[in-house]
Write a protein that binds this ligand. Structure first.
Ligand SMILES: C[S@@+](CC[C@H](N)C(=O)[O-])C[C@H]1O[C@@H](n2cnc3c(N)ncnc32)[C@H](O)[C@@H]1O
Length: 265
């Protein structure tokens, strides 16, 4: 599994301010539709980019809680959210949130559920901490949508297969509707956010993925340093030749907490 330590926090923080990931964050922001005075949970807040945007939108009469397991990600979030007295940054897990019942009007979680082998414990906790009727937004990638050109498809396949081990569930958006219903939520709609990079932009999603995937492949011990480097070099060469192509789709699910309890057997 990917470790969210200091160097990952720095890499993500830089790329997450780029055009691709800003668009993804904006889609989740629009789906949560923050209103002045609301209390909102940002589950797996990472470096706090969305947390800060939500804090601005709800204003000082509102409240935003960023919850994350990683002290390094929270340290970056703290720096970003220092100016807001109405932001609480809390170290804790989605499976056992240190938060009272029915605390929030809305909750959002972006690129976090793919690290959960089973979404139900986190959804059960989200159901507990949301007020009846509260809105839930979950944005995640469906990794089957990855289309990435290489003149060495077998090597590309090996790198991608190794990268699969960085998460627990490659297909969160497809699994969510049933999981949401089972945990007392009513799924409303889903919005795809497609990325397509045909150049290797310094602020793009593709460049961040190449760096993360190259390091992860080497650390996994499954791919030699020489092979991982050759793969990254090929992508740079394709970009120089105007032949780079990478596309992937993120999906933003919107649901709300049912006003009645979920059915239990
Ligand atoms: C890919 S980052 C996304 C960060 C942020 N949501 C964003 O989009 O910028 C995933 C985050 O989920 C956090 N995370 C992973 N497992 C978690 C858990 N069980 N409970 C809370 N946070 C978790 C990680 O520490 C990391 O900060």
């Amino acid at each position: 599994m990917l470790k969210f330590g200091k160097s990952t926090a720095q890499l993500l923080d830089m790329a997450y301010q780029g055009a691709d990931v800003s668009r993804r964050r904006r889609a989740n922001f629009d789906a949560i539709a923050p209103a002045p005075g609301e209390a909102i949970l940002d589950l797996g807040c990472g470096t706090g980019l969305l947390t800060a945007e939500l804090a601005r939108a709800v204003g000082p009469q509102g409240q935003v809680t960023g919850l994350d397991t990683s002290p390094d990600m929270l340290a970056a979030a703290q720096g970003r959210c220092n100016e807001f007295d109405h932001v609480d940054l809390v170290e804790g897990s989605a499976f056992d949130m240190p938060v009272p019942d029915r605390q929030f009007d809305k909750a959002v979680s972006v690129q976090v559920f793919e690290y959960f082998a089973d979404p139900s414990p986190a959804l059960t906790e989200l159901h507990r901490v949301l007020r009846p009727g509260g809105r839930l937004v979950i944005g995640d990638t469906h990794w089957d949508t990855l289309a990435w050109h290489s003149d060495h498809p077998a090597r590309m396949q090996r790198i991608c297969k190794t990268w699969d081990a960085h998460l627990a569930d490659r297909c969160v958006p497809a699994a969510l509707p049933a999981a949401l219903r089972a945990c007392g939520f009513i799924p409303e709609h889903v919005q795809p956010v497609a990325f397509c990079d045909t150049t290797l932009r310094p602020d793009g999603l593709a460049l961040m993925m190449i760096r993360l995937m190259q390091d992860f492949a080497i650390q996994s011990g499954e791919i030699s340093e020489a092979e991982a480097t050759a793969w990254a070099d090929e992508q740079n060469a394709l970009a120089d030749a105007g032949r780079f192509f990478m596309s992937i789709t993120h999906f933003v699910w919107v649901a709300h907490k049912s006003r009645s309890l979920p059915l239990t057997n």
